[in-house]
Design a protein around this ligand. Structure first.
Ligand SMILES: *Cc1c(COP(=O)(O)O)cnc(C)c1O
Length: 309
């Protein structure tokens, strides 16, 4: 048993500020665009990762688990956030990483190790077979709690729902847009939204636009809120893929609005929203909230000088 307090002292709610964007385009279309800067709440456990982790960690502590086992890829924001959060709560933590151990570790994995995470490299065949993988984890670490990749699951959704409780005047927004990886954050936001609010999810993965894909299953599993839409055409080639147009957009956004974004999630989100504003998706008078879910550490995998920030 550990006696660490379940509070994350260094996550600072007062830093979660609302940044209004100003642009002639928005004025012309008569819409307001605000960004909820969850990237600012903590230097490492930033953005949605803290929200999704909090109940997983509380549960592990309540069950007096020895530590946490979780999983991710070599550039996973979730792994490094979990490592830092475990360090602050006093839980041991093990990161299962997909694939062979590379000769040099990514900056993300190096950082996770610095926070005390022990890494295990898992062959892709096992990692990708959910049942076999979970079985292996349970056999090897029976006294640890398992947090699925990305902080998924009911505890993750419950934690993500608090994003809207942190947002000042949340009910005054007509549209709330967020990036989608697993869909856990979007599910949480949907559970907390009013029926009149439209929740927009921008997929950062290439996934078929069908009426019964995995995102829609997940959202419907957690909430009956029907007022959502998923945009599938802003993945820029797929998960963690990028194009010069995306990077140029991110640099311009930083230059014009002092808003840093990451190329895996929030850059694509802001691009999508801007594109849809030009295409008149939002009726005049709309008040749009864009959730900045963090992820900036992932930009370290870009060649130096790619971004202005
Ligand atoms: C992990 C992550 C997401 C994806 O969140 P899901 O709940 O898995 O959909 C979105 N944005 C950022 C910045 C992330 O790091």
């Amino acid at each position: 048993m550990n006696n660490a307090s379940p509070k994350y002292q260094t996550v600072d709610k007062s830093k979660a500020t609302v940044q209004p964007l100003s642009h002639g385009l928005y004025d012309k279309k008569k819409i307001q665009v605000d960004v909820f800067r969850l990237d600012l709440i903590h230097p490492v456990i930033a953005g949605n990762k803290w929200f999704k982790l909090q109940y997983h960690l509380k549960d592990a502590m309540a069950q007096q688990r020895k530590g946490i086992v979780t999983a991710g890829g070599a550039y996973s924001n979730h792994l490094v956030a979990t490592a830092a959060a475990c360090r602050e709560t006093g839980l041991a933590c093990i990161g299962m990483v997909r694939g062979e151990r590379p000769p040099t570790l990514s900056p993300t994995l190096e950082e996770a190790i610095r926070y005390g995470m022990r890494l295990r490299f898992i062959p892709r065949e096992i990692f990708d077979n959910e049942q076999a993988f979970v079985q292996q984890v349970q056999q090897e670490f029976p006294d640890h709690a398992f947090i699925p990749q990305g902080g998924q699951g009911a505890a993750g959704v419950k934690g993500a729902a608090e994003i809207l409780r942190w947002l000042p005047n949340a009910v005054t927004y007509t549209h709330i847009a967020c990036a989608v990886g697993t869909g856990t954050m979007m599910a949480g936001i949907l559970t907390a939204a009013t029926p009149q609010q439209k929740i927009i999810g921008v997929s950062s993965l290439k996934i078929p636009n069908t009426t019964d894909n995995s995102f829609i299953h997940l959202l419907q599993h957690y909430t009956p809120h029907p007022n959502f839409v998923l945009w599938y055409d802003y993945h820029f080639g797929g998960y963690a893929k990028k194009t010069p147009a995306l990077l140029d957009f991110m640099n311009a956004l930083y230059h014009e609005q002092a808003l840093p974004t990451d190329f895996v999630y929030t850059g694509k989100l802001l691009y999508a929203v801007t594109d849809q504003i030009t295409k008149d998706y939002f009726p005049p008078g709309s008040r749009l909230m864009v959730i900045h879910s963090g992820g900036l550490q992932g930009n370290r995998s870009l060649p130096p000088g790619t971004l202005l920030f």
